[in-house]
Design a protein around this ligand. Structure first.
Ligand code: NAD
Ligand code: LMR
Length: 350
């Protein structure tokens, strides 16, 4: 028999993945507690491959009153272009470090796709040397100019950049673990897409939880907990899991030196931002995200969480793993622990 708690979790999980309101097209029909209120969203790295289409999607959101765009180069052109679109968010553009305080001031949500992307042959960790410093410096400014903001980190390696942000905020005395979120939504979209194709259902109906982290084997899709039910052979489940884990590399290879996923990432980030804004408006929303967590022995872990007005309000249980998932869970721990440690040490080095 279904317990009340299990029933509640099942209902919450039904909101995961494509079931959240699509961005674009029908956004004008949205009603939400946050709609029309004073909500400032800031994108750091707004002139980049992800930043531009993300800003475009956010410009269509009725949940935003001010869309603040920041980059170290080229932000004004992006902002001028977007500002001609007949939707409510007011666009402001800021270029260069001296404009960062103004860009951030009184933001409710800061989304960070700033940093370099992979080229073929690289791992996400190969980006650490450049992106760690970028994320650290941006978070120092966030702690100063919008300490209450929710912060959603896209910049890779996410497994390390989120712990970096946490350490910066701890040092500044502004850390709120409930409002610091690593964006792993693209892994969920990929899992939904690939699994739906394999079992022959529309991707819009598919909902696959993805836990762990955001790099290779640390990405752990839970096919056994998907809805609708995924009834495939263990070999097929293994192949699907590996495709989801390697999906970022699939795009990096296809782009052949011209970067990594940008359009699908922008779509994922816009949907994730919308969930954050709905939650800020008082509507509970379930998302998978990489957060500080006590669900496992790892201090940061991606899992399904329920977002509410105060950030992460509930960590949904990981549920029962099948044999493949249990083995993959054990296999991810070493790499994820190492990536977290690397991020923490980077901020605390003398
Ligand atoms: N979390 C995910 O699922 C996911 C998915 C795709 C890409 N990514 C990561 O997102 C990041 C960005 O990817 P992209 O394709 O948009 O790269 P990009 O090079 O096209 O854009 C990055 C932007 O960041 C800007 N930038 C650099 N330093 C900055 C700073 N100090 N302050 C503000 N802006 C700064 C650049 O000027 C550029 O406009 C990469 O690290 C990539 O690996 C993550
Ligand atoms: O693969 C990358 O380097 C970018 C991103 O993390 C992705 O998953 O697409």
């Amino acid at each position: 028999m279904e317990t009340p708690q299990a029933g509640r979790i099942a209902r919450l999980l039904n909101h995961l993945g494509p079931q959240t309101t699509p961005i674009g097209g029908i956004e004008r029909q949205l009603t939400s507690a946050a709609a029309g209120s004073n909500v400032k969203v800031t994108v750091l790295g707004a002139a980049g491959g992800i930043g531009q289409p993300l800003a475009l999607l956010l410009k269509g959101s009725p949940l935003i009153s001010e869309l603040s765009l920041y980059d170290i180069v080229g932000t004004e052109g992006v902002g001028a272009d977007l500002s001609h679109i007949d939707s409510s968010p007011k666009v402001s553009s800021f270029t260069g470090a001296e404009k960062l305080p103004e860009a951030l001031y009184s933001s409710n949500l800061v989304v960070i796709p700033a940093g370099v992307p992979r080229k073929p042959g690289m791992t996400r960790d190969d980006l650490f040397n450049i992106n760690a410093g970028i994320v650290r410096d941006l978070c120092v400014a966030i702690a100063k100019y919008c300490p209450e903001a929710w912060v959603a980190i896209i910049s890779n390696p996410v497994n390390s950049t989120v712990p970096i942000a946490a350490e910066v905020f701890k040092k500044a005395g502004t850390y709120n673990p409930r409002k610091l979120l690593g964006v792993t939504k693209l892994d969920v979209l990929r899992a939904n897409t690939f699994v739906a194709e394999a079992i022959g259902v529309p991707p819009e109906r598919m909902s696959v939880p993805v836990i762990g982290g955001h790099a290779g084997v640390t990405i752990l899709p839970l096919l056994s907990q998907a809805t609708p039910r995924v009834d495939v052979s263990p070999e097929k489940a293994k192949a699907l899991t590996e495709r989801i884990q390697d999906a970022g590399t699939e795009v990096v290879k296809a782009k052949a030196g011209k970067g990594s996923a940008t359009l699908s990432m922008a779509y994922a980030a816009a949907k994730f931002a919308e969930s954050c804004l709905r939650a800020i408006g008082g509507e509970p929303v379930v998302e998978c995200a990489y957060v500080e967590s006590h669900l496992t022995e790892l201090p940061f872990f991606a899992s399904c969480v329920c977002l509410g007005r105060n950030g992460v309000e509930e960590y949904l249980p990981l549920g029962r793993f099948n044999e493949l998932e249990a083995a993959n869970f054990e296999a991810l721990k070493g790499e994820l622990r190492g990536s977290i440690k690397k991020g923490v040490e980077f901020v605390n080095k003398a």
